[in-house]
Design a binder for this molecule. Structure first.
Ligand code: FES
Length: 85
């Protein structure tokens, strides 16, 4: 199903760039970047966020990870929290 008509992105395209790991896109903007495009009208942002949330839930709330295509190496990820002493 097409979820972004401006960039002709399907839900499968979005899911394909979401895989468990530290470099997974964490925002819709990072998903667009991973897929080699950028938002235009922005109407699809909420849908893409929903797909991302569902993928996170299906992954057992583990952090989403590296794009399988290796196209997102520059996405900054939050550092692991240091345990409080
Ligand atoms: S529908 Fe996705 S940017 Fe317009």
């Amino acid at each position: 199903m097409i979820v972004c008509s401006c960039n002709v992105l399907s839900d499968g395209d979005v899911k394909a760039c979401l895989a468990p790991g530290p470099r997974c896109p964490r925002t819709p903007a990072q998903v667009y970047r991973c897929l080699g495009c950028s938002p235009n009208c922005g109407r699809c942002v909420r849908t893409i966020r929903t797909i991302m949330d569902q993928a996170l839930a299906e992954a057992g709330a583990e952090p989403l990870g590296t794009c399988e295509g290796g196209c997102c190496p520059a996405i900054p990820q939050p550092a692991a929290a240091e345990p409080a002493l």
